[in-house]
Design a protein around this ligand. Structure first.
Ligand code: AMP
Length: 580
């Protein structure tokens, strides 16, 4: 395995992918068989009466659809130190923490070597296709990656975010080297204990190696945008460090200081060059290609809840392509982006049929003989090769890390097929619905409404920095609240119009009709102080989340008290819509 990780043969990887996806149906049957054979001794499966059967029909008949809630007691026992085969044949020895941005607190999920292997398979596959279109030399990458602290569970198992577990895996570094993804920053920066210090050092290391930087990366695009926003504030200090060859006193962690200081030599020419470039830019447009003249692209997950940051990223990127990364979760990977040339708005993910067994719950209402499925009690999932182009589905995962028919909570749309495997577009989280009456508002609906409101703000050259929403049910009737952080001052008139525009832009028929009959109250726009969403980011980091995995929650539920408090405590202005 180690040898396989270290070598990288682009053509071979593509060939393997083509073969696996051509035989997707058979590969799915074989994969399920393998998962059930390897884990047949697990208590969870033993109790379900499969009795050694490994075919899809028996599997579907015996194994129930579950969410994290049903698996939690099993995962809890593993975390508490019970090393008997509970979910998997081989005991789970590491726990991942999902970012938990939607529920408010991180969830524990199993992590094992098989998950590590499938992660690398996804990375290698998308890299092979990416490198075909945008070949890299032997340079470096500026990676805004951060490993959060690993801690021990009650039972002594190491636990950390999935990205942390990856970074700390001994095979990871070698595998990343094979796919030309060597970071500019030393490990001490990635593993540094303080996020702002690590971010500052990532920027500094990027500048030191500016000519070698071939691409800019972070797991989620939010971190890339956040990094360059920070650059706007600290660039002069970075130039001083480079000019004098002395690291700023803001970096206090000894190991980070030592590692970065080793790279830093007085370089007044470089400092002047960067300073001149920054001074010459208009509102930081094209910052990235100016700083990194040999960069070929910016790479990270840019779909789903990251889409609202594309505008800002494009501003920094200028003509540099934005390449959207793969699709997966702490629970496991799903698909690779094998069409890297498509803009992020059109990015799709081809499922790798050998990393898990995938099922899909159709969501479209009025499918013949089928009840609306969103809230349906007994959804009837279809198989990987049975999905239909243009339809939306909730995705169900069975994998090598102890998840069986697990509802991931994501809605995906089938855009086409690569050979026999579906190419999915990420639509939204399924549980992120604003719902008061008969309305069903998704994360995507909210995003589109905020985009419309952004156009109104654009009249005053003000932009939406970030946003989220909430259902206010303490009023009768309840109403939607949209929290907006904006980049500057907007007039009362524009903000009032922005509020009306939001209300008008939720197009769900249930919402519109409920608003008309006042079964849902007037939408409320609450403008929050600059920096509020940064406070939310820090709140999640305080819970043990990693910056690399951070996603702004687009809907803050009543149980997510602390985030709601941060938002409500920072409201500077609020408006009620008069659109209806
Ligand atoms: P986490 O809880 O941190 O493991 O995040 C996993 C979730 O992030 C997934 O269930 C998706 O909702 C979201 N996600 C992951 N990859 C993508 C992607 N390529 N596009 C959109 N959303 C994604």
């Amino acid at each position: 395995m180690l040898e396989k990780m270290a070598d990288f043969n682009q053509e071979k990887v593509i060939e393997e992918f083509e073969a696996t996806t051509k035989a997707a149906e058979r590969v799915q049957i074989d994969t399920l068989k393998k998962i059930l054979e390897e884990n047949g001794s697990a208590e969870y499966l033993q109790n379900l009466g499969l009795n050694g059967r490994t075919d899809p029909e028996s599997f579907k008949n015996c194994v129930p659809l579950v969410t994290h809630k049903e698996l939690e007691p099993y995962i809890r026992r593993i975390a508490d130190g019970d090393s008997s085969p509970i979910l998997t044949g081989k005991p789970i020895t590491t726990i991942s923490l999902s970012s938990g941005t939607t529920q408010g607190k991180p969830k524990f999920v199993p992590f094992n070597d098989e998950l590590m292997d499938s992660t690398m398979q996804i990375y290698r596959t998308s890299f092979a296709f990416r490198n075909k279109e945008f070949p890299l030399g032997n340079g470096k990458s500026l990676q805004f990656v951060y490993s959060s602290k690993q801690f021990k569970t009650k039972g002594g198992l190491p636990a950390g975010t999935a990205t942390t577990n990856l970074f700390r895996n001994s095979q990871f570094k070698m595998s990343m080297k094979a796919i030309k993804s060597q970071p500019c920053s030393p490990d001490e920066v990635i593993f540094g204990p303080d996020f702002p210090q690590s971010l500052y050092c990532h920027l500094l290391c990027g500048l030191i190696f500016r000519d070698e930087v071939e691409f800019i990366f972070s797991t989620f695009a939010h971190s890339i945008m956040h990094a360059f926003k920070t650059f706007e504030l600290v660039w002069e200090e970075l130039c001083t460090d480079i000019r004098e060859g002395v690291l700023s006193s803001r970096v206090t962690d000894p190991s980070v200081r030592t590692a970065v200081s080793k790279l830093l030599k007085p370089n007044p020419e470089l400092a002047d060059l960067i300073s001149n470039k920054c001074s010459g830019l208009s509102n930081w447009y094209r910052l990235v290609p100016e700083l990194f003249p040999n960069a070929k692209y910016i790479y990270g997950i840019m779909t789903g809840s990251m889409e609202p940051y594309l505008k800002k990223l494009r501003h920094y990127a200028g003509e540099l392509p934005l390449l959207s990364a793969d699709y997966g979760a702490s629970e496991g990977w799903i698909g690779a982006n094998v069409n890297p040339k498509l803009p992020p708005e059109l990015a799709t993910f081809a499922i790798l049929p050998n990393i898990g067994f995938f099922e899909f719950i159709p969501l479209r209402e009025n499918i013949e003989d089928q009840e609306p499925n969103f809230l349906c009690m007994e959804p009837k999932p279809v198989g990987l090769t049975e999905v239909k182009i243009g339809e939306d589905y909730e995705i169900i995962v069975t994998n090598f890390a102890g998840l069986y028919r697990y509802r991931l909570g994501d809605v995906v749309r089938v855009m086409g097929f690569h050979n026999s495997t579906p190419e999915l577009k990420f639509v939204c989280r399924s549980n992120l619905l604003l719902n008061i009456n008969i309305d069903k508002t998704t994360e995507k609906d909210l995003q589109l409404a905020v985009e419309e409101a952004g156009k109104v703000l654009g009249e005053e050259k003000v932009e939406v920095v970030d946003f989220t929403s909430h259902v206010e049910s303490s009023t009768e009737p309840g109403h939607y609240v949209v929290f907006l952080e904006i980049s500057g001052e907007a007039s009362e008139e524009v903000l009032k119009e922005c509020c009306n525009c939001l209300d008008r832009s939720f197009l769900d028929a249930g919402y519109v009709s409920s608003r008309k009959v006042k079964a849902i109250g007037a939408l409320e726009l609450r403008v929050v102080r600059r920096g509020t969403f940064q406070k939310i980011l820090y709140h999640y980091l305080g819970l043990g989340g990693a910056v690399s995995q951070f996603k702004t929650p687009r809907c803050v539920g009543p149980t997510n008290n602390l985030v709601l408090q941060i938002l409500c405590g920072n409201v500077v202005k609020s408006y009620f819509s008069v659109a209806f």
